[in-house]
Design a binder for this molecule. Structure first.
Ligand SMILES: [Zn+2]
Ligand SMILES: [Zn+2]
Length: 320
């Protein structure tokens, strides 16, 4: 019987749960009072994982034929079943994951799905479960099409994507410190703690999936500094443990912003600018709301008054 790669993460569930149990026990002993786990947060994470797994299972049904199309008609090579082929697939997918992940922090449309993963203010193994069922809508699967063109079969693509995600479970912990020379090669807990932090020095850094070499090559690497402990979460906090709200809040916010801003340039920004655009827009709207409400003329309900005069204020980006 052939192993179904789509079930890889479910098959690893006992390992994941054992890690969570060990970590919760270990942290209670070593950092009493730190309360790094909360039942409500962990249950929300688990619900998000189940929702995402169900959506993924459905999504693969539609996506695999797309990969098959590119594999059949546009592949540039046919790889033999060897370790070399596996290593090429693994490295290529990990690089594409880096690109996908970096884009997910720079393009609001993708961030709307990825924000779910970052919206907890805790960091533990269960945080890895926080995923969005909206990834297929956001278009995560588009990033793996080059693998089909490179000559990898759809099942191989699904398998390597899930292996990559499976590895990433293990970097979501505060129970493990720096890991010596591995910090130069692999994504580690220390490196990924930085990625989940919203401190100025850490935000939008360390996008690695499995290999950290991409961050070091492309200038997005930052070391965890013991004098600046990571503060976890997002710039505009969520304040809910409801998995549905966690999944859809950014999509709703994006749709509302799209509807309320004036001009196609601003509408484009509402969908595709870096998330910092939205944070600045919301701050601006909050600051000017009383003024806008006083002016009854023109404008639909909820419009912030952002228009041509204010456009430039929302061109700034979080990172160059
Ligand atoms: Zn991220
Ligand atoms: Zn993470």
């Amino acid at each position: 019987m052939q192993f179904d790669a789509e079930l890889l993460l479910l098959a690893m569930a006992p390992v994941f749960l054992a890690c969570i149990g060990w970590e919760a026990w270990h942290l209670r002993r070593t950092r009493p009072g730190a309360q790094l786990y909360s039942w409500r947060d962990t249950l929300c994470n688990a619900a998000l994982a189940l929702m995402q797994q169900a959506a993924d299972k459905l999504a693969w049904l539609a996506i695999i034929p797309v990969y098959a199309f590119f594999y059949e008609h546009y592949r540039v090579h046919t790889w033999p079943a060897t370790w070399v082929s596996f290593i090429v697939l693994f490295v290529a997918q990990d690089l594409l994951y880096y690109v996908f992940h970096r884009c997910s922090h720079r393009v609001r449309w993708l961030w709307a799905a990825h924000v779910v993963h970052h919206s907890s203010e805790r960091m533990n193994f269960s945080t890895a479960f926080r995923q969005s069922l909206m990834y297929p809508i956001a278009g995560m699967w588009l990033f793996w099409i080059p693998l089909a063109v490179l000559g990898f079969a759809p099942k191989q693509i699904v398998a390597i994507v899930l292996i990559n995600l499976g590895f990433q479970f293990f970097v979501h912990t505060q129970a493990i410190g720096k890991l010596g020379w591995l910090e130069y090669v692999l994504n580690t807990p220390s490196i990924h703690r930085v990625h989940h932090a919203r401190n100025d020095r850490y935000i939008d850094r360390n996008y690695a999936g499995v290999l950290v070499i991409w961050d070091r090559l492309f200038g997005s690497y930052v070391d965890e500094d013991s004098r600046d402990a990571p503060v976890y979460g997002i710039v505009e906090p969520l304040h809910t443990y409801n998995p549905l709200k966690a999944t859809f809040h950014e999509w709703a916010s994006m749709a509302a912003d799209f509807a309320s801003v004036h001009g196609w340039r601003n509408k484009w920004r509402a969908l595709f600018a870096p998330p910092a655009w939205a944070a600045e827009f919301h701050a601006h709207r909050a600051a000017t709301a009383p003024l806008s409400n006083d002016v009854s003329e023109g404008g639909a309900r909820g419009q912030s008054g952002i228009g041509e005069n204010h456009t430039s204020a929302f061109q700034t980006q979080r990172r160059p």
